[in-house]
Design a protein around this ligand. Structure first.
Ligand code: SF4
Length: 454
């Protein structure tokens, strides 16, 4: 197989610097330390079946030139593999503390020894060209040490690929800050990569996100400050590369008791961060075409509850079951089925008996805003509109239903509640409990979907 480009991520041992506030990996406990043979094997496995490879991006969450992360025999092994594959460009990452004359001249010598002269591009996370910011984000470098590292690379005929973050905290004017950094780094760099800072649980920046004083940029915000670089051939722009759902590191986070029908348990930062991720970054599974909003349940994860077991069993009979995206609505906000076991969605409770008129009102307002954000940002994905509906299976008097109804109305999306209203009203009048899992209502939910060929 001939490949143009490949990204290889092989993590081994901790980054020797390990202090950048946006970095989670370097703060993890019990990071694996692999033998040289194991590392070589992993590289072999990654390159298996490839005959030629034009460009290889090798990332190891730290520094390629740090022998404790990538031992010299493994560095050499990778260079030899690249030679075999006729690789024209090798990109690897390195903190400037390892960009030393000794390390760079050694790589150059190795390349000369094997008679191989690819383009070597060293990825340096400069992040910002402002020394005050660099100190605050604990990057361990300054403009001056970066410049020195790049000059050394040039001396040995290597190149610099500089990473900048578009949205570091501590600066109000992101746009100006980014422009200043690009102006500084561009003349010295082969390429510049602009990325959206997005932290995970062990990173200090994740705590800052939870404090609600900072957040990763959404698509519009990011595009606004990066659009002037869109057509610059030396600049690559990454809005959501390698972004995943919010990963909480519980040993570090203060565990909180997310219990009670109160404001704390409605607008907790853990929920807000999740809802921000779901609205701004989350891409629903490709196969899902229809949205079905479902209620929450006391038992978690929801699918283990009596209510959800009954609903899922009946839904499975639907022709388009696999295309239906089940999303629960509750005090944490919207929870797509695939995240129901993630923290804190499986560890909270909202006792209805504690609800007051005021908290119900607040619940409706907060939930409506969350639903609106989610539906608005995923409108193109699910392609719902005034004709293609959003479905739900919710009690008519529930605040969640009222919030959903208002949100759909504001967005001009049609909404179909698959709970048959007449039957529901009759059962309610009779004082029936667990109405939503009544066989007759579940049958009608199924028929409601079948009627629409779902
Ligand atoms: S240099 Fe890279 S790996 Fe090390 S702490 Fe900073 S971001 Fe993390």
């Amino acid at each position: 197989m001939d490949l143009d480009t490949k990204t290889m991520i092989i993590e081994n041992n901790k980054c020797a610097w390990g202090k950048c506030i946006f970095c989670s990996f370097s703060k993890k406990q019990n990071v694996q330390i692999l033998s040289e043979d194991k590392l070589k094997q992993l590289i072999e496995n990654e390159l298996d079946g490839i005959t030629t490879l034009k460009q290889l991006k090798f990332f190891n969450s730290g520094s390629f030139l740090d022998e404790n992360q990538i031992p010299i025999p493994v560095q050499d092994f990778l260079l030899e593999k690249c030679k075999q594959l006729k690789t024209e460009e090798l990109i690897f990452e390195c903190h400037p503390m390892f960009i030393t004359d000794k390390n760079i001249s050694r790589i150059r010598k190795k390349l000369n020894d094997i008679n191989y002269s690819p383009k070597i591009n060293v990825a340096i996370g400069l992040e910002s060209a402002d020394n005050t910011i660099l100190k605050k984000i604990k990057k361990g470098i300054t403009r001056e040490t970066y410049t020195k590292a790049v000059e050394l690379l040039k001396k040995y005929n290597f190149y610099a690929r500089t990473y900048l973050m578009a949205n570091l905290p501590y600066k109000k004017d992101y746009s100006k800050s980014l422009n200043d950094s690009v102006d500084f780094a561009l003349p010295m760099s082969d390429t510049i990569c602009i990325i959206n800072a997005y932290p995970y649980g062990y990173a200090e920046l994740f705590d800052i996100w939870l404090s609600r004083k900072w957040h990763p940029l959404n698509k519009n915000e990011f595009e606004k400050i990066t659009k002037k670089y869109k057509n610059n051939k030396k600049i690559e722009i990454f809005f959501d590369d390698f972004i995943s759902y919010p990963k909480f590191s519980l040993p570090k986070q203060k565990k909180v008791d997310l219990y009670g029908a109160n404001k704390f348990n409605l607008t907790h930062p853990y929920y807000e961060v999740w809802q921000e991720y779901l609205a701004d970054f989350y891409i629903p599974p490709k196969v899902k075409e229809h949205v079905l909003i479902l209620p929450c349940s006391y038992r978690k994860p929801y699918s283990m509850s009596k209510t959800h077991k009954a609903i899922i069993t009946r839904l499975k009979g639907a022709y388009s079951y696999g295309k239906i995206h089940q999303i629960m609505v509750s005090n944490p906000g919207l929870i797509p089925r695939e995240f129901e076991s993630k923290y804190p969605f499986a560890k909270y409770d909202w006792p209805e008996a504690q609800e007051t008129p005021n908290i119900k009102k607040l619940y409706t307002v907060v939930t409506q805003a969350r639903i609106e954000n989610y539906l608005k940002n995923h409108k193109d994905y699910y392609s719902y509109n005034s004709k293609k509906p959003v479905f739900c299976y919710l009690k008519y008097e529930a605040e969640s239903y009222i919030a959903l109804k208002n949100a759909c109305k504001n967005l001009d999306i049609s909404l179909i509640n698959l709970v048959d209203k007449d039957t529901y009203d009759l059962f309610k009048k009779q004082g029936m409990k667990d109405i939503l899992i009544n066989e007759m209502l579940l049958d009608k939910m199924f028929l409601g979907l079948a009627k629409r060929k779902l």
